[in-house]
Design a protein around this ligand. Structure first.
Ligand code: GN1
Ligand code: MG
Length: 345
């Protein structure tokens, strides 16, 4: 259900201004519903998707652990947390059982939806890497998965296969070439299982959603100031972060693009994603991890292709869509991009 405004109980719990004119929907995320409330103090107010985050309290547990580590070791690191409601809780449920939370609005900042320059790509890659680097000494066992097995490629492959038997025949027909591609690229799953079971990669605290619009840039300096959207800050491997940047920063168009001829490998951007990431992570990464940076982009692209394809086959139950067939468009886009990455990296 699309919300057009804020429920009265949320306005009162967080002491927000009770004036619909100050509220406007923002953001391009697929999962939550996000609003900006403007006033003397401005806020970002978000309804958490409880069907995706089934234990939203785990998000808070992880943020508390991360904040404790960061304030002890990197007190100047700008870690964005939500504001408590009047009775102290950081999440308050509305009458339909959806949790809501409120962040301070960070003024004089902007976000972008597509990487335009090498500087943006380098700075954003370094920003996400800084978060992972700064959390390197934290006790990973104290964190929990906010979405179980979120970036487990083998689970995502199984979910695709499981979606097939009950998919509508016309959807299966439409998706035929994607289904074939999904099966042809399966060796990536074997690589993933091997590398995650032989201890080659360290389990870290990773961001897990490193798209460019999850970085705030300062309007005056043009520099990155915050890594945001920390719902999936949780135990993971480095491949999830650098891989998703290769997936999303390097092409000049997004995963929504229907004209596949516009998907082009921007080598200069690829190079600075890697160097920006390494500028922070080299200090803590092993040579086994470093060797898999090019692979990480393929793996994350394949994972998103599988997720979009499975959602199309299931009848669009997960990602928000605005037109029929949108998930298939996204899946085709990602399989095409995977083909490009296979050639170029
Ligand atoms: C979802 O809604 P957004 O952009 O924060 C998804 C990511 C995908 C992304 C694809 C919790 O993130 O994993 O990479 O869409 N988040 C979740 O655009 O499923
Ligand atoms: Mg997100």
């Amino acid at each position: 259900m699309e919300m057009t405004g804020l429920p009265a109980e949320i306005i009162s719990a967080f002491g927000l201004p009770d004036d619909p004119a100050t509220v406007s929907p923002i953001g391009t995320g697929h999962i939550h519903q996000t609003f900006r409330v403007s006033g003397v103090r401005s806020f970002i107010v978000q309804r958490v998707n409880k069907n995706v985050f089934r234990q939203p309290e785990v998000i808070d547990i992880n943020w508390t652990r991360a904040a404790q580590h960061l304030s002890a070791h990197y007190p100047d690191y700008p870690f964005l947390r939500c504001l408590p409601a009047a009775h102290g809780a950081t999440q308050v449920s509305d009458s339909n059982g959806f949790p809501w939370r409120v962040f301070p609005y960070i003024g004089n900042t902007f976000t972008i939806d597509q990487v335009a320059t090498r500087q943006q790509a380098y700075d954003a890659a370094a920003e996400f890497a800084r978060l992972c680097h700064h959390l390197d000494g934290a006790d990973v066992s104290q964190f929990r998965e906010t979405i179980p097995r979120f970036h487990d490629l083998s689970l995502r492959y199984d979910q695709f296969e499981e979606a097939l038997p009950s998919a509508l025949p016309e959807r299966k027909d439409q998706a035929e070439s994607c289904i074939q591609y999904a099966r042809d690229a399966r060796t990536l799953v074997d690589d993933y299982v091997r590398n995650t079971s032989n201890g080659a990669w360290k389990l870290r605290i990773t961001h897990n959603d490193t798209k460019i619009n999850n970085v705030l840039f300062d309007m005056t300096s043009g520099k990155t100031v915050y890594a945001i959207d920390l719902d999936t800050l949780m135990p993971g491997y480095f491949i999830y972060d650098v891989g998703d940047m290769i997936r999303t920063f390097v092409p000049p168009v997004s995963e929504e693009e229907k004209d596949l001829s516009l998907l082009r490998f921007r080598r200069d951007i690829y190079d600075v994603v890697v160097s920006g990431y390494r500028s922070e992570m080299d200090a803590v990464m092993s040579t086994e991890e470093l060797a898999y940076i090019p692979w990480s982009g393929k793996m994350m692209t394949y994972m998103m292709a599988l997720r979009f394809l499975a959602d199309y086959l299931r009848g669009d139950t997960y990602y928000h869509t605005t037109y029929p067939g949108q998930n298939l468009v996204r899946a085709r886009n990602q399989f095409h991009w995977l083909g490009i990455l296979m050639k170029e990296t």
